[in-house]
Design a protein around this ligand. Structure first.
Ligand code: FMN
Length: 218
């Protein structure tokens, strides 16, 4: 497979949410997926107790079912003023243009999630519903870094991903499609996984670091 030749900095700054440039026609090798999970498992875990789980969905009917659930959730998301990307107004034309691109991209995935050759659901043992902050942060922290590592590893292999949580509006329905024991396992992210059309992704426009750093005091 032609892999992008990326420096560390390029890998970390160009791993984008890929939606319109996912190649739905080209299958993804199991060996590559396994390799991404192997790398993801090097991420930290509370008490060195690994609770992360990845459900990889390649079955046609299950992908279609997940895609339909995601579409329904996305329709609800679109009606949420102030939350939906397309309802957020930015201060400058340049920022608004970026926001419009994100909206168009997210809308596209809303309709096409199920067409990706593989879907990956990142999960962790234990649920966060009603838990104190420490427990919720620790439970989520056991899978979130791993999921981002998975995405970085995918990017290094010419594969695209897009972090999504909108589908969690119907987390129970998603769990039923693939047999996740909902009462014991928390889903945190659903991502499509596919080869990208081209590998030339750019760093996104982001605010200056000093706008979010608090030196010594908030
Ligand atoms: C917690 C979280 C939830 C997200 N949920 C969704 C989602 O449901 N659907 C989607 O299309 N993108 C989702 N995204 C991706 C963001 O929309 C994406 O990061 C943003 O558009 C900026 O694009 P970039 O990551 O390529 O810079 C999510 C990202 C995060 C971190």
């Amino acid at each position: 497979m032609a892999q992008p030749d990326l420096t560390n900095e390029e890998l970390l700054t160009t791993t984008r949410a890929v939606r319109k440039r996912l190649d739905f026609e080209r299958p993804v090798d199991d060996a590559d997926i396994r390799d991404c999970v192997r790398i993801a498992m090097q991420s930290p875990s509370g008490s060195n107790n690994m609770t992360m789980q990845f459900v990889v969905v390649k079955d046609d009917a299950k992908r279609a079912a997940i895609g339909e659930i995601y579409r329904q959730c996305f329709d609800i998301y679109k009606s949420m003023d102030g939350v939906y990307a397309g309802s957020i107004q930015k201060d400058t034309d340049v920022e608004q243009a970026q926001q419009d691109r994100v909206t168009s991209s997210a809308d596209y995935l809303g309709q096409h999630m199920g067409e990706a050759p593989a879907l990956v659901i990142a999960c962790t043992a234990g649920r966060v519903d009603g838990q104190p902050g420490l427990v919720a942060a620790s439970t989520m922290g056991n899978v979130l870094p791993a999921t981002w590592s998975f995405m970085l590893a995918a990017r290094a292999r010419g594969l695209g991903t897009a972090w999504t949580t909108v589908g969690l509006m119907m987390e129970k329905e998603l769990a039923e499609v693939v047999g996740i024991p909902f009462d014991e396992v928390q889903q945190v992210c659903l991502t499509p996984l596919a080869h990208t059309k081209g590998t030339d992704f750019k760093p996104a426009m982001r605010p200056d670091p000093d706008t979010i750093i608090h030196w010594d005091t908030w």
